[in-house]
Write a protein that binds this ligand. Structure first.
Ligand code: NAD
Length: 390
């Protein structure tokens, strides 16, 4: 079939197998070009491995350190002629490339919050890897079912305390409007922390540790975001920020239990998760413009390569006073933030393309789903059903 993008709001409901494969290959080529990394983990579990930061982490550990990897994700295979989700195609392409290099690449598709998927992961580690040296926790999900109570919690993206009126960009219609978002109630705050905070990270580490599948000194990494003042009411001081604070504090809890745990504060990039957050796509479009002008631009793969090549330091990372690894150092440079802040009040629907890098935002967004990649014939018939053992 010929597959074209079908965008609905901030998601694209189709994805292209050859385009996703080309996107994954670009990331692999980037790592190969930077060169091999020394002394890192050789057996890595990535929870949330199919898209965004988790996928790039998997690519860097496999193609940089030469690690065997096991990936856990929640993706949809193709059915009834409908394309699979992008993360399915990404993982199929990653697996083929890793195996061609002689690396183990195992995949588990299912709900990472469930006990069943944790048990399946443990059994697979026992059988295929024995133990793992590093666990990367990179989930981004709008809901979570508590495996103990069976109750389902939904996260919300709302301010805390008072309403927030801000410019926001409808990325589909290219319209900037003023949007007022009402504050979350206590229940919504607690539910968001339940979904995106550190509780499930602890459950993973406890389960892996009790099963004896963590190697001596095995470490774990999770990802968070802080960002600038313009996004604070909706991000850092909002419901998601409360969850991220909880996740960051969880690192100390896990370290005290015997496995060094780190949170890396990553920069804002275009992913399926970030495109759903109000205000963020407009900020990202302005940020990309400035960072590209200053030669500081990075996407997921550049960030994850810099994490492992320069910051992680084989488990002895350089951190800030709160023991967080700061990969947002370039994003938060005063000259970058001052330039974004100066543009912020001036941006309108009319001058969006001129003063921001909305074109770059859109390109990245389409590429998440395998569209707009060089060298891919989008008029050609492709097989949507790409098999994968997961
Ligand atoms: P993403 O949407 O690209 O990836 C999310 C991953 O989680 C996918 O592999 C998906 O399959 C998996 N997943 C979601 N629900 C699942 C479930 N129930 N079971 C199993 N797998 C599930 O998101 P991302 O932006 O790469 O986010 C990853 C982490 O990075 C998050 O902690 C996010 O807050 C953080 N982060 C993102 C940004 C950004 O700008 N995108 C910036 C800083 C930090």
């Amino acid at each position: 079939m010929v597959i074209k993008p079908k965008i609905r709001g901030f998601v694209c409901i189709t994805s292209h197998p050859a385009g996703c494969a080309a996107h994954v290959q670009e990331e692999i080529d980037y790592v190969a070009k930077q060169g091999a990394l020394e002394g890192g983990p050789k057996r890595v579990l990535v929870v949330g491995s199919s898209t965004g930061y988790g996928l790039s982490s998997r690519i860097v550990t496999a193609f940089g350190f030469g690690a065997d990897t096991l990936g856990v994700f929640f993706e949809r295979p193709s059915s009834n002629g409908r394309p699979a989700s992008a993360g399915w195609y990404n993982t199929a392409a990653f697996t083929a490339a890793a195996e061609a290099k002689g690396l183990y690449a195992g995949n588990i598709n299912g709900d990472a919050f469930s006990q069943e998927i944790k048990d399946k992961t443990i059994a697979t580690i026992r059988e295929k890897l024995g133990q793992v040296d590093l666990v990367i926790y990179s989930l981004a999900s709008p809901r979570r079912t508590d495996p103990v109570s069976g109750e389902t919690y939904k996260s919300v993206l709302k301010p805390v305390g008072s309403s927030f009126a801000a410019k926001t960009l409808d990325t589909d219609k290219k319209i900037i409007s003023e949007q007022t978002i009402e504050p979350a109630n206590e229940q919504e705050i607690a539910d968001t922390v339940k979904v995106m905070g550190g509780e499930d990270w602890v459950m993973w580490m406890d389960a892996l540790s009790e099963a004896g599948v963590l190697a001596e000194g095995a470490a774990t990494l999770a990802y968070s975001y802080i960002g600038p003042e313009v996004t604070h009411p909706i991000y850092r001081s909002g419901t998601i920020g409360k969850a991220k604070e909880h996740l960051e504090n969880t690192a100390a809890t896990l370290t005290a239990k015997g496995h060094p745990a780190w949170v890396a504060i990553n920069k804002a990039v275009v992913t399926q998760a970030s495109s759903a957050i109000p205000v963020v796509p407009l900020y990202v479009s302005l940020l990309f413009k400035i960072m590209k002008e200053k030669g500081l631009h990075e996407g997921c793969i550049e960030q994850m390569y810099r994490l492992f090549a320069e910051k992680y330091n084989n488990g002895q990372p350089e951190t800030d006073e709160a023991k967080r690894i700061r990969l947002d150092d370039w994003e938060m440079k005063p000259e970058v933030q001052e330039a974004v802040k100066a543009l912020w009040p001036t941006v309108t629907s009319e001058n969006l393309e001129e003063i921001s890098d909305f074109a770059g935002y859109q390109k990245d967004f389409l590429q998440l789903f395998g569209f707009g990649l060089d060298g891919v014939d989008y008029e050609a018939d492709v097989e949507a059903d790409v098999p994968m053992d997961a």
